[in-house]
Ligand binder design. Structure first.
Ligand code: 13P
Length: 280
């Protein structure tokens, strides 16, 4: 069932667990994520970055693929089809194609401009039942070849963004980065807790790869309700595919090559869902 993230994240905030956001790149990844989350009987958010949307052909193709898989595989868990770090244009295109959720990322602008752009997307999304996430501060690291330097969000910025836009979830930059960490992650848990207690809406943690399990548990204790994971899936999958290609020089069937990463990918999903305490 394709849904927006409101019900699953509000429950997660209330009951102190997190819902996984896994980025998708192709049909196989989407199928593996849906199968594993169905097996575990947990809700899932499928994240589509602007780069991944171009790679897969566009939002109509992705919507068709996801809804087709849900039907053909008899998927009955709540599935949220979500734009990850979209710009205004891509968020609107995705909504028009049937996506149930978007993250508008105008965090590179000054706060007033971030609020203006985010509000425009909220006004476009809410009448269609689509949920909206937005970012404040800067999440560091590299994603889809876009690199940014991190700047932590303040409580005042978070309050202004929420009050000025009526978004449904907020991703405050609090020290996490996209991709693997150079050294120990340094998350501001105190501010995370304060922001969570002050705001009514769920908090999102980007850059979920490479954060030690103990820190993920702490982030959930401090109110994080949605955790985004991309790099760890890519890393696990590519290690097994590389091994297959090295060990089996005669393999050329793409199904066997791509499929050789299935168990590794599902293993990461299993671990994250257990760690996050995700439930329906
Ligand atoms: P990682 O690639 O670090 O897991 O981050 C994913 C993410 O935050 C997507 O928005």
């Amino acid at each position: 069932m394709l849904v927006n993230f409101k019900e699953m994240l509000n429950k997660a905030k209330k009951e102190h667990f997190a819902v996984p956001h896994f980025n998708i790149n192709n049909l196989e990844w989407t199928k593996y994520i849906l199968e594993e989350c169905q097996k575990l009987d947990v809700p899932v958010i499928l994240g589509v970055s602007d780069g991944a949307a171009i790679y897969m052909g566009g939002y109509d193709a992705i919507y068709g693929m996801v809804t087709g898989l849900i039907k053909d595989l008899n998927i009955t868990i709540p599935v949220c089809l979500h734009v990850d770090h979209g710009c205004s244009e891509t968020c609107k295109k995705a909504i028009d194609a049937g996506f149930t959720s978007v993250m508008i990322d105008a965090s590179k602008y000054e706060l007033d401009e971030n609020i203006r752009i985010t509000k425009e997307i909220v006004d476009y999304a809410h009448p269609k039942g689509v949920s909206v996430e937005a970012e404040v501060g800067h999440i560091g690291g590299t994603e889809d070849n876009i690199t940014s330097t991190e700047t932590n969000a303040t409580l005042e910025e978070c309050i202004k963004l929420v009050e000025g836009t009526k978004i449904d979830a907020i991703a405050p930059a609090l020290g996490s980065v996209h991709g693997f960490y150079k050294g120990e992650p340094n998350l501001d848990f105190e501010r995370m807790k304060l922001i969570n207690e002050t705001l009514d809406i769920p908090l999102v943690l980007h850059g979920g790869s490479g954060i030690p399990d103990s820190q993920i548990r702490k982030a959930i204790e401090c109110g994080t309700s949605k955790i985004n994971v991309n790099t760890e899936l890519q890393f696990a999958w590519s290690q097994d595919v590389r091994e297959k290609l090295t060990d089996d020089f005669d393999v050329y069937d793409p199904r066997k090559i791509i499929g050789s990463g299935e168990e590794a990918l599902k293993g990461v999903i299993d671990h994250k869902v257990t760690l996050f305490g995700t439930k329906r």
